[in-house]
Design a protein around this ligand. Structure first.
Ligand code: FEO
Length: 161
């Protein structure tokens, strides 16, 4: 059994993961509108991944006989100046998510909630990967900036995710 406070914090994280999913779906739609089919595919995959994160947390709550409460998902931005800007925002967003996960870890530590702390380790590692990936793609977009052929090839590469 986990504390009421921890239940609420995990439910809030479920909402944050669903908001992330919604954000990346929106980026996918805008990337497709801009003619970046590969990036649109990459963000669609990210949309699915974020839903999996939410599900993982929800299943954990249920395994602890805690109630999953699905709160409304706030609106997201629908347009970006460029695909590069989407990846810059992705990195910024993932850094915020990392901070949220670390807050959950701190709470688990304070409460000597070893089971939750253990479950959260997966998310700690995942965030390292999420940030590294976003940083790498952003760097690649910066490298090919202003070059049509390079941008095209990079978009194609993202389509292979
Ligand atoms: Fe669920 Fe992108 O962190």
């Amino acid at each position: 059994m986990i504390s009421k406070k921890m239940q609420e914090a995990i439910n809030a994280q479920i909402n944050a993961e669903m908001w992330s999913a919604y954000l990346y779906l929106s980026m996918s739609m805008d990337a497709a509108d801009k003619g970046f089919a590969g990036s649109a595919h990459w963000f669609a995959r990210q949309f699915s991944e974020e839903q999996e994160h939410a599900e993982k947390l929800a299943k954990y709550l249920q395994s602890q006989s805690a109630k999953v409460l699905l709160a409304p998902i706030a609106a997201v931005k629908t347009q970006w100046a460029s695909v590069k800007e989407m990846f810059a925002e992705t990195l910024e967003h993932e850094q915020k998510v990392t901070a949220m996960i670390h807050e959950l870890c701190k709470l688990a530590q304070t409460e000597s909630d070893f089971a939750t702390a253990n479950m959260l380790q997966w998310f700690v590692n995942e965030q390292v990967e999420e940030e590294e990936t976003a940083r790498g793609i952003l760097g690649a977009f910066e490298m090919v900036e202003g070059e049509k052929a390079g941008t095209y090839l990079l978009d194609q590469k993202l389509g292979a995710r």
